[in-house]
Design a protein around this ligand. Sequence first.
Ligand SMILES: Nc1ncnc2c1ncn2[C@@H]1O[C@H](COP(=O)(O)OP(=O)(O)OP(=O)(O)O)[C@@H](O)[C@H]1O
Length: 309
Amino acid sequence: MGAVIEVSELTKCYGSKRAVDHLSFTVRPGQVTGFLGPNGAGKSTTLRMILGLDAPTTGAATVSGVPFHRHPRGLRHVGALLEAGQVHGGRSAAAHLSALARSNGIPRRRVDEVLQEVGLTEVADRRIGGFSLGMKQRLGIATALLGDPPVLMFDEPINGMDPEGVRWVRRLFRRLAAEGRTVFLSSHLMSEMENTADQLVVIGRGRLIAAESVRDFAARGTRSSVMVGTPRAAELAAVLTAAGASVEPEGSAGAEKLAVTGIPADRIGALAFENGIRLNELTTRTASLEVAFMELTADSTEYQAGQPR
Ligand SMILES: Nc1ncnc2c1ncn2[C@@H]1O[C@H](COP(=O)(O)OP(=O)(O)OP(=O)(O)O)[C@@H](O)[C@H]1O
């Protein structure tokens, strides 16, 4: 099995504040896993504990079964982008990467390879201080890739990137996962994860809200509904209501539609058939991830963790 990030009952207190509260989850290789939560949910603190930059108050985090600080030459095992702004502004991109390569026993040729990979070859000798936020993000990604590690963690990697940068970074993450690596990305924006992640770990106020596939998470949105088109809307509405559904008329007269919740599409089709009512449309509308996310994090304390402890 490839490298797995395992977080177990992880807790971090700052004074009386619990930034991370008995958090347990697993991040597996070969997939992109999104780490999602509103601002202040505890994502950065969790990533810092996984990387051994902060000590947990209680609990543990391991990478491939071992705490990160016990991995010799860490950059070859885990590549991470935390705060992109925090690099020495006076150095060039090439000098910054070369220094890291030397101290981690990584061959010099990797510097040129990663600069090429992130599209910074042409500005390799410019001072990092003059880089835009998007360029700094690219440099941070280059740093994470330098040791060709099996595990990659990125904190808000899309911040400051233009639409082309966002498309590029999505392709890159998917490719890294397809190569069998463990890819873990944090974001406070669901929309960023919708097209990037396969799995989600969702937290609110330091606690686990959900750990499941993007698809299962979206399906939890309480607003999933079935759109039904029929020339006999009133009649069908009565049949569906009698069967326990809630029905909201939509559309204009002559092109009426019903938004149906509470019973699935196949049951609606069967009821229409049994009652001789013709349908011109029967479409399940899954609540958008954004809706599911907002609903689930609206009051984090109301929800139980989605994973057994
Ligand atoms: N060094 C610290 N001292 C005191 N409180 C802290 C410290 N670091 C984080 N916190 C608090 O812990 C909570 C979690 O912060 P954290 O930065 O981990 O959240 P986050 O999910 O990464 O948020 P964001 O999306 O805003 O980066 C916040 O309430 C924050 O104010």
